[in-house]
Design a binder for this molecule. Structure first.
Ligand code: RUQ
Ligand code: CUA
Length: 667
């Protein structure tokens, strides 16, 4: 039903009339033009059956052709192995970045350059698992300076194979993938406030290192299975993770989960939550409790509090062992040297998020309706005073729960992840309740009588996992927008078969009450976490400088100028230096003998915005994407005799179909 009076008020606003805030037909009469526009808007709203709130939401999110979204959201794509880039507030999917899975539109996994990234063939590589063609991306992390996104780099983990990827935000392409040498499955991925390190925390404990076999029974599990926190050193000048200066901290075989770096007063520390401190290993067919029961028996698990500055000092002092090529601080050394502490956290928690000023650490209860908030000042005091209430089975000091907690805030069913706004409020996803809870932080964000209160709750559709507020996990949250990353869409989209999209919902958090703005189905991936950054902070290239190698981002030695194209034959290798421009390849004939190695370097010599060409070869499983200025190389063996057309796969011009050539492979 349309509430005409309300609708008028909202739509007048949008039409820019002077009749703001007052719903009265009398005021409209003064502005006949606006009045006509307004009644037109009302007609549209009415014909589409939109309520006043819905019409308002449409206006708040609509980005007209030729205008830009104000922010970008980088969301993981889960088991699609990709990163998705959405515009905010339009929620339009603007880009897909192929990371761990080949993706033919981007030519990712087909060119020599992208194949070398996917397989990590860099000289320092310790990658040892061949043939991976997918990943499970979970936690994107934009590079930071002083706890604030700097818009330079993006990191994302592959949970399934414990890998970390580096993406450049100059061209939105994956530059590096590193394989964790000791861990099998990871979960947490996050950056330190100045991006010195990218932290990867494990999930399921395996024999340490993963490359050895240790029987799965309780005794072996307790003694030889381990979790690990990996601190990947990021070298900004090279734009690469520097494996030689990275290190790990061995952790007990609890199942570590997400991680967040401290900042401000807690800078130099990192927090990782955990579950299954019971060390349950299942065995359902042997009539042992299933993992989900065994892992939920204890009332408390352990928040891991890690002094990474101290860990760095231990590494510098040589207190490490090299395991599978990486320096490792042993669990014993970590426990005895003030690197690792535990604080109990209620039963199987999830999510660990540090408040903007670095003063509070929030844990989602998951099985407990509370968010548990630790005071960094209190935790720090306990550590300084050397006060522990005991040690765990591995000698790690345990701090007193009640002396470390600032508050427990009862939020609702299934609290998971928390982000923050610019007014001292926290927003927590409630998985079971399918809602977002807005609540107040304590001092200095709010006075004592306003602190730790739920002030609003908004239902979402359905089963929210993470949420992402505008810069909501940084030292400088911006408020305004929040995206609920819902896991289920159930009945929200119709006629599309049993595999349902995920459902991302944009929420306006600028006022005292949250308002639902928009729902965006994601039909190609399962986003987990996301981060939202203002468009103005990004300095992406529009085109590559002429002759650029996408990996080095520098001139490619095989770039070729128009007029200098050539084919050279040395022994059984045919090497081609080719140019692509609208609407031809030079050369358009390549001749090889069966069994020859064919190497083609293609330079897109265009500099016009969006003048991208493809390069596909029949029967050879080849497709490249050559954006303006880019050089790519493709190497293959001409093992199949015949005549193979090659053509441009990107519809680039009126003569796009004419952009073709022939590869002859003589028998
Ligand atoms: S955590 S299931 Cu981001 Cu809630 Cu991976
Ligand atoms: Cu170039 Cu189509």
């Amino acid at each position: 039903m349309l509430h005409t009076r309300m609708t008028k008020r909202y739509l007048f606003k949008a039409a820019g009339t002077a009749a703001l805030g007052v719903a009265g037909a009398g005021m409209v009469a003064r502005r006949p033009v606006a009045d006509a526009q307004t009644s037109d808007l009302l007609t549209v709203a009415k014909s589409r059956g939109l309520s006043p709130d819905e019409a308002r939401a449409a206006l708040a999110t609509y980005v007209p052709p030729g205008k830009y979204d104000e922010a970008l959201m980088f969301a993981s794509g889960g088991q699609s192995g990709q990163v998705l880039v959405f515009g905010i507030p339009s929620m339009r999917l603007l880009r897909v970045i192929a990371v761990f899975s080949p993706e033919s539109w981007q030519g990712y996994g087909y060119s020599d350059e992208s194949r070398s990234v996917l397989r990590d063939t860099s000289p320092e590589s310790v990658a040892d698992i061949p043939g991976l063609t997918w990943g499970d991306t979970h936690h994107p992390a934009i590079s930071q300076m002083n706890g604030d996104y700097d818009g330079e780099w993006l990191f994302i983990n592959d949970k399934a194979n414990a890998r970390m990827a580096v993406i450049s935000l100059k061209d939105f392409e994956t530059k590096q993938i590193v394989q964790n040498p000791t861990a099998a499955i990871d979960h947490g991925a996050t950056v330190s406030p100045n991006t010195d390190y990218v932290l990867e925390s494990t999930q399921y404990a395996v024999p340490f290192p993963r490359t050895k076999y240790v029987p799965l029974d309780q005794e072996h599990y307790n003694n030889e299975y381990r979790g690990v926190a990996t601190f990947w050193k990021f070298d900004r000048t090279r734009g690469r993770i520097d494996q030689a200066h990275s290190f790990q901290i061995e952790l007990p075989p609890y199942w570590q989960d997400l991680a967040s770096f401290g900042k401000g007063p807690s800078e130099g520390w990192v927090f990782i939550n955990s579950f299954n401190t019971e060390r349950a290993i299942g065995g359902t067919l042997e009539h042992k409790p299933p993992i989900e029961i065994g892992a939920s028996a204890n009332d408390m698990d352990y928040l891991h509090v890690i002094n990474w500055k101290k860990a760095e000092a231990l590494v510098a002092a040589g207190k490490t062992t090299v395991v599978n090529g990486i320096k490792v601080i042993s669990l014993k050394d970590a426990a005895e040297n003030g690197v690792l502490y535990f604080v109990p956290e209620p039963k199987s928690p999830h999510g660990v998020d540090v408040a903007p000023r670095g003063d509070y650490i929030v844990i989602g209860g998951k099985l407990d309706p509370n968010a548990t908030v630790y005071s960094w000042a209190k935790v720090r005091q306990l550590i300084n005073a050397g006060k522990s209430v005991g040690k765990d089975a591995y000698g790690v000091p345990i701090l007193s729960f009640k002396d470390a907690v600032a508050a427990q805030v009862k939020l609702g069913l299934g609290p998971l992840h928390t982000n923050f706004d610019d007014k001292g409020n926290a927003y927590t996803s409630l998985f079971i309740e399918s809602a977002v809870a807005k609540w107040t932080l304590g001092a200095p964000y709010h006075s004592a009588d306003e602190a730790w209160k739920v002030v609003d709750k908004l239902p979402v559709q359905y089963n929210i996992g993470h949420l992402a507020a505008y810069q909501g996990d940084t030292a400088k949250p911006m408020g305004k927008y929040l995206v609920a990353i819902n896991k289920w869409s159930v009945d929200q989209y119709k006629g599309i078969g049993p595999l349902r999209p995920q459902n991302l919902q944009l929420i306006d958090i600028s006022g005292p009450k949250m308002r639902m703005l928009y729902a965006a189905p994601v039909g190609n991936a399962e986003p987990h976490f996301a981060e939202i950054i203002p468009l103005g902070k990004l300095r992406a290239w529009d085109v590559y400088p002429p002759g650029t190698n996408e990996l080095t981002m520098r001139p490619d030695p095989n770039a070729v100028q128009p007029g200098k194209e050539r084919i050279a034959r040395h022994g059984k290798t045919v090497e081609v230096w080719m140019t692509a421009m609208r609407s031809h390849y030079t050369p358009d004939h390549i001749v090889a003998n069966k069994g020859d190695k064919v190497v083609i370097h293609i330079t897109n010599i265009e500099q016009a915005l969006d003048a991208t060409h493809g390069f596909a070869v029949h029967a050879y499983n080849i497709n490249l994407s050559l954006e303006p200025g880019k050089v790519e190389t493709i190497t293959f063996t001409a093992d199949r005799p015949g005549v193979f057309p090659y053509y441009c796969t990107e519809f680039c011009s009126a003569l796009h179909l004419e952009m073709a050539g022939y590869l002859e492979v003589k028998p």
